[in-house]
Design a protein around this ligand. Structure first.
Ligand code: MN
Ligand code: MN
Length: 315
């Protein structure tokens, strides 16, 4: 299996040593030859409440150092069959959200000239819009699995049309996603209007509000999503605030009554079979993550998503 990059083993170099890359993979400056590229997108200028997600990629990489290469419970062995590396951070412009979004889009368009699955480490959720623009340029409208406490379908915030709360309305308007193949999971909390979620349902989005999922296994939901999306290219965007703040307090806009880490794992593991073309994990805010637990959860969710990508070997 030495044809493929392997994470540095904790038995060869202590886990607290070495350069910080995702899962201690090699660092590369090109996606050429890769099947999977992890990309940091350190930004928080699209947030509406607590900032701090600019430190997300660093903390996700730090907590990822303890993840071992085999997903023993599912049998997934991603590093047996996929060439993976860490592509470093995107050089956003921290003084301009608009400029940062165009930098992200351009960077993704370059990356997507290669047959690679980009795995974005956020960063606030506004980064997903330019990624979807790049994805749609390559694949046409994509199916979307969007796990989040929030629908992120506001029209504008303070007159701004590109923020972390407007992403999926823009994606819908711009035709970047196939509405009937959009799944929003974990929505809850208070709204600006009583219709905050229902308007998007009217566009065709499939929504599962958190209270519908309380105390339930998400295995059947995962299978239902796979069946509904079929083989259409699919993007997975995972907002860490979909989890209950007791599991993931280190985030910008926490909402009580969220998913458990066990539900998150059940959901992702049962998305196996989707034609995933990209993933991101957003909204981890280390300044509010006093124990490091949120980033630990986020890094492991990233590994779970890696473990269901097309082409992953199973043992
Ligand atoms: Mn979000
Ligand atoms: Mn959210």
């Amino acid at each position: 299996m030495m044809d493929f990059n392997q994470p540095v083993s904790g038995n060869d170099l202590a886990r607290f040593s070495g350069l910080q890359t995702f899962m201690r993979l090699p660092s590369m400056d090109t996606a050429a030859g890769l099947d999977v590229g992890f990309i940091g997108i350190p930004m928080d200028i699209g947030t509406s409440w607590r900032s701090g997600t600019r430190f997300g990629p660093k903390q996700l990489r730090q907590e990822s150092a303890m993840i071992r290469p085999y997903n023993i419970q599912t049998g997934a062995a991603p590093f047996d069959s996929l060439q993976c590396a860490d592509l470093g951070d995107i050089a956003i412009n921290t003084f301009s959200l608009a400029d940062s979004l165009s930098i992200i889009q351009k960077t993704y368009e370059d990356i997507l000239t290669h047959p690679v699955i980009p795995m974005g480490l956020g960063g606030d959720h506004s980064l997903t819009l330019p990624i979807l623009r790049a994805m749609a340029k390559k694949h046409g409208p994509v199916a979307l699995v969007h796990v989040d406490a929030h629908a992120d379908v506001n029209d504008e915030m303070f007159g701004e049309r590109e923020t972390h709360g407007t992403v999926f309305r823009r994606a819908y308007e711009e035709g970047l996603i196939t509405p009937s193949k959009v799944w929003q999971i974990g929505l809850r909390g208070t709204g600006y209007t009583a219709e905050d979620f229902t308007e998007a349902a009217g566009w065709g989005f499939n929504q599962r509000l958190a209270p519908e999922l309380w105390h339930k296994s998400l295995i059947s939901l995962g299978k239902e999503i796979v069946e509904s999306i079929g083989d259409q290219p699919c993007y997975i965007t995972y907002d860490i605030d979909s989890l209950d703040p007791s599991f993931a307090p280190g985030t910008g806009t926490p909402e009580i009554g969220g998913l458990t880490t066990m539900q998150a794992m059940e959901l992702i593991r049962n998305l196996k079979g989707l034609n995933v073309v990209g993933c991101d994990l957003v909204e981890v805010s280390p300044p509010y993550d006093t124990t490091g637990n949120t980033a630990l959860v986020g890094a492991n969710i990233m590994f779970e998503m890696l473990s269901i990508l097309p082409g992953v070997a199973y043992r």
